[in-house]
Write a protein that binds this ligand. Sequence first.
Ligand code: GLU
Length: 472
Amino acid sequence: MSNQVPSFFESVQRNFDKAAKHTGLPKGLLEQIKVCNAVYQMRFPVKIGNDYQVIEAYRVQHSHHRLPTKGGIRYSMHVNQDEVMALAALMTYKCAIVDVPFGGAKGGLKISPRDYTPKQLEKITRRYTAELIRKNFIGPGIDVPAPDYGTGAREMAWIADTYQTMRHGEIDGAACVTGKPVSQNGIRGREEATGRGVYYGIREFFSFKEDLKPLGLTPGLAGKTMVIQGLGNVGSFTGTISQKEGDVKVIAVAEYEGAVYSENGIDVEKLLKFRKDTGSIVGFPGTKTLPKREDALELECDILVPAALENVIHAGNADRIKAKIIGEAANGPISADAEEILLKKGIVIIPDMYLNAGGVTVSYFEWLKNLSHMRFGRMEKRFNHNTYDNLVNMVEGMTGKTVGVQERIFLTRGADEVDLVRSGLEETMVTAYQQIREVSKRKKGINDFRTAAFVSALNKIASDYMTLGIFP
Ligand code: GLU
């Protein structure tokens, strides 16, 4: 371990090197995969009130082995070039792991959205989009942004509108960005997608008895304790879905304003409503407030879910982490130094590049929807409904019994867009988990899921490069 704290990008590169050793791929090819292909750093003025503000912004395209490149846009005061490069690199590996046919990219604006009115944010977002268009850094077949920390469907709608205004008449223009509002060419199920994917990924881990045994855990999520750090889009959906569909017990939640704890479990949906009404999670009935918000990370629990920013678990606190499993809902929440400490302690890490890939997976569905200009399920929903209806009629005729009205509705329903999106997401997360697990079992010397996930990604990216003929 070096004395210097590794930067985020260095942490990603260190994890890459650790995995690269297990691939047997040529050195030059590994080098090509590892580097960022294009880094665009920009400064542009936006008039705020009576003065001008110079906005520092980035878009990094990490890998062009598949196009378009894909990745979110972050609004945060932590944004810097190193961070955006690390996040772009993670997108490349993430897409490969879940077989989403994109290269990785990421954007960032060094601003705190809280400091601006919606009108001002719109101005900033539209100007950033114009800068991307000018440099050919955005487009349905070039580079397709999406939401990330500090942005959401609203910002994506502004981006799409700016793009389509400036590139008037481009038939696939709506596919220039994903995560749009459903009413503006978005897709049902995108908003919850990352959190839902996190839930599916953790559920998969809890389905293999032999992997749980060394941790003293039984299969199944019901009753397992969870701590969530960060109640943004990802943390809140992870919490509500894990509770509703997995019967998980969320014992603590940490946010910007503090952390709350209850050994009896916290209803995340009610907590979200409480926060909306009062502006804070602190004081939520039935909970104790922890002295410091960081204390939540150090609680005893089965599953710790960091769902905010990178490097929250570092060499300084890794020793005090008592969770059995860490599910990385955020990108890069564990520094490379911390990882070594955690692995020595026997803590299992389900890595970001797999666990939070649900967002980009459903972005891929949205992009396909935009290119096809048609909602999923439109063609087959009625056909399926009629087929099931005929089946039920036939069974009724054969048995002389009739099913109830509610049962018939349940049995004969054709799939809606959201059903298909969720099913595609579940299939993606389950398949990718099995692939990663397979690598970790098959390859000698790999004893953590991050390395296994990296190896799986690197092999796929390498084979893409080879079919492209760059490395004959
Ligand atoms: N920002 C999300 C991520 O880090 C989603 C990216 C996307 O949908 O393109 O994976």
